[in-house]
Design a protein around this ligand. Structure first.
Ligand SMILES: CC(C)(COP(=O)(O)OP(=O)(O)OC[C@H]1O[C@@H](n2cnc3c(N)ncnc32)[C@H](O)[C@@H]1OP(=O)(O)O)[C@@H](O)C(=O)NCCC(=O)NCCS
Length: 434
């Protein structure tokens, strides 16, 4: 194994060199000066790593200070990992492996309980303990077929925003909605409105994310609408762009849509589906449970085109992460081997952060590290996949990705108990691309 020279970057020259390596790795040219001014804001001291060959940066990885909503509504400090790239003449020589090892350790030292990333390819990050923890769907709505159903109540109360400016209004609205509302969902099942809670998987947007996002989108002339509740309080927004064509179909792309209440959600969609001169409305990576088709007379007017992975999650501090989420959402006390007695001992493997390895007894009442023999053994990447409820232990067991040790205690098998405990009330979704 080559002993790579990895350094924490601390000045603009190195930030820019690392950014160039990353952009080249993704087959893009370097950022121009104007773009660089915006990108520079997203470099946070201590969070950018570079691998050096002499004075030259040949590999890069970075994280942004973010947060992650977990089942039950707690918000964990999370490092949003990005800009991972290796110079083409240095690939397959262990550069990223070394970067990932160093980065995981430094995220833990900085107090991040989790890390998440978006992967260009699905085969890279599992070996570093990342698992797919949320997915999103792309949808396409034909406006000809998309006749909205008669409204049960209310009136359209969506207004265009003439000037987005520095995005202050959107940022404030996003923060309120993600705190306690529904990240784009229907509002069923969980207390809507503001306060504790929020959809699991939703992540915080950092300053640099907003500046980059607004700069990129502003160049494409987006439109923004805000939904206002009956009480006069704004409770949702959508950003979209229309590409008008006289020969092809005119397309409206939904770039961002967040609603604090089911009504705001429905009104925003009704508005978007009602924009004249548009043939099709498309949206990418929307929540798996977003019921757009239910708004239509003919549900076939809305086609879900594909589902893809969204969040790759890495649990950095397993004990803290397990301890901060809630268990057995919706399982009544005393239900089949359940209630307060519902518990399972998980055996976690983690070769890169060995302090995470060991047995954890997870019960409705909480989580403790124990010396007991585990009933279900799994790698930290598989734990990430079940953590926000995206897949079940049963599915992982069927795929041979968890090991079930013995029959376990009680009438209910260990896998079933684990699934009851890890069940979530709402499908996880992050909603922010980075
Ligand atoms: C993909 C990339 C980051 C990997 O970096 P690297 O330094 O070449 O990776 P390493 O040499 O440390 O290899 C680590 C492991 O990943 C595997 N691997 C590397 N690139 C891979 C790929 N594209 N797909 C699947 N596996 C890959 C290696 O075979 C090795 O496997 P092993 O642990 O079983 O030995 C790098 O090649 C790159 O920058 N590619 C283009 C840009 C890109 O895709 N960036 C990712 C942004 S999210």
């Amino acid at each position: 194994m080559i002993d790579h020279d990895i350094r924490v970057l601390g000045d603009e020259t190195h930030y820019r060199a690392a950014n160039n390596v990353f952009r080249r790795a993704l087959l893009n040219g370097p950022a121009n000066d104007e773009m660089w001014e915006v990108l520079l804001e997203s470099y946070v001291p201590g969070r950018a790593l570079g691998v050096f060959d002499g004075d030259e940066v040949i590999g890069s990885a970075q994280s942004f200070p973010s947060s992650l909503v977990v089942p039950g509504g707690a918000v964990l400090p999370m490092g949003a990992v990005s800009r991972v790239g290796v110079r083409a003449d240095w690939t397959r020589r262990g550069v990223v492996s070394a970067l990932m090892r160093t980065q995981l350790r430094s995220l833990r030292d900085m107090g991040d309980v989790a890390a998440t990333l978006r992967a260009t390819e699905g085969g890279i990050y599992g070996r570093f303990g990342y698992g797919v923890a949320t997915r999103g769907r792309d949808l396409r709505v034909s406006r000809v077929k998309a006749v909205p159903r008669a409204r049960v109540e209310g009136r359209v109360r969506v207004r265009p925003v003439s000037e987005v400016g520095d995005g202050e209004e959107l940022r404030a609205l996003f923060e309120e909605i993600r705190g306690g509302g529904r990240g784009g969902g229907s509002g069923e099942g969980r207390g809507e409105g503001r306060g504790e809670g929020g959809r699991p998987g939703v992540i915080g947007r950092w300053d640099g994310w907003w500046s980059m996002h607004l700069k990129r989108e502003k160049e494409k002339d987006p439109q923004v609408v805000v939904a206002t509740g009956p009480d006069g309080v704004d409770d949702g927004f959508a950003m979209y762009r229309v590409e008008r064509s006289h020969t092809e179909k005119s397309e409206l792309t939904v770039l961002d849509l967040w609603a604090g209440t089911p009504r705001a959600w429905a009104d925003l969609w009704r508005y978007l589906l009602g924009v004249d001169l548009v043939d099709e409305v498309v949206a990418h990576l929307r929540p798996l449970d977003e019921p757009v088709e239910l708004l239509l007379v003919d549900p076939r007017g809305c086609r879900w085109e594909s589902t893809s992975d969204e969040t790759w999650l890495r649990l950095i501090d397993v004990e803290e992460a397990l301890g901060r989420r809630e268990y057995a959402a919706g399982v009544g006390v005393g239900v089949g081997g359940g209630g307060d007695e519902l518990a399972v001992v998980l055996g976690v493997r983690d070769s890169l952060l060995p302090e995470n390895a060991g047995s954890y007894r997870v019960s409705r009442g909480g989580v403790e590290r124990v010396e007991d023999a585990p009933e279900v053994v799994l790698d930290v990447a598989e734990l990430a996949a079940v953590y926000l409820g995206d897949v079940s232990f049963a599915a992982l067991a069927a795929a041979g990705r968890v090991e079930v040790v013995g029959a376990g205690v009680g009438a209910v098998g260990a896998v079933e108990r684990a699934d009851r405990l890890f069940a979530v009330g709402e499908v996880a979704w992050a909603g922010t691309y980075f």
